[in-house]
Design a protein around this ligand. Sequence first.
Ligand code: PMV
Length: 323
Amino acid sequence: MIKSASAIAHPNIAFIKYWGNRDDSLRLPANGSISMNLGGLFTKTRVTFRDDLRADVLTIGGKEVTGAALDRVSAFMDHVRLLAPEARYAEIVSENNFPMGAGIASSAAAFSALALAASAAAGMNLKENELSRLARLGSGSACRSIPDGFCEWAYGSGDEDSWAVSIAPASHWALTDLIALISAEHKKTGSSAGHTAALTSPFQPERVRTAPERIKKCRDAILNKDFATLAEVSESDMIMMHSVMMTQKPPLFYWEPTSIRLIKAVRDWREEGLPCFATLDAGPNVHVICPSEVMDEVQQKMKKISGISDILVSAPGGKAHLV
Ligand code: PMV
């Protein structure tokens, strides 16, 4: 019997960043984090368990994928096969409507869509927290793409309760994320290896120690729609994470010259009274967050900065769902 299901999930942008694990294989985070789902951008994944397969088969954007990417997906599928009454291999067909591997958390959208599609295809009807926990095993940040809108992944006590919850729905606050695509000269180092080396930076313990204060500030700022505080705490948290990245062994420099030009310009615009702030994940692209009413003005200013190849526009997105 063929069992199949399809799911859609959005990537997310972290305001308070997850960087480093206290358990690498379980992806238990060194600190709590908060993010916003990115509406309009999505990964759609279909999972079909089949009798005739002797291994999992993965296709992304119409191309068959093998090697490390397939191994990571197959290891994730083993978690699903352990949970479900389903021992067969699967055909996994996935597509993104945004560019992969450039700091738009493609792994978050990928593993949250996969967790939902694979568990449904295997006949399970997991609760939201169970799904978020499952998605976490594929990619930490993926657990935050399961619930709706603005999501918090708490430090938690262990594997059993390490999942993300929605702190406010997508409709709560009309923010816009203007994502400046900036091409990198060097190939990006994957975040899994980056997390493992986080503690080789002397700054990581201090970043982790002070994270709970920033989490509280950020959560309150979202609940109160206090943009000035959200901007201040998010930008500072992003600079801390990148300071850790740049002082790890080996160091990870994700900022390109255009990234830093834009980060500085955004700070100038904010000082001049335009509400906006910049944040970057593990890549050179700069996410410029602003209230939606000023998005045209911010976008016009961004277009004058050289080195940006394109600007994607996103509003808060909803939860992962079956299609
Ligand atoms: O989920 P991962 O392993 O790809 O980690 C991503 C971590 C950052 O994007 C850099 C920060 C975050 O919280 O999303």
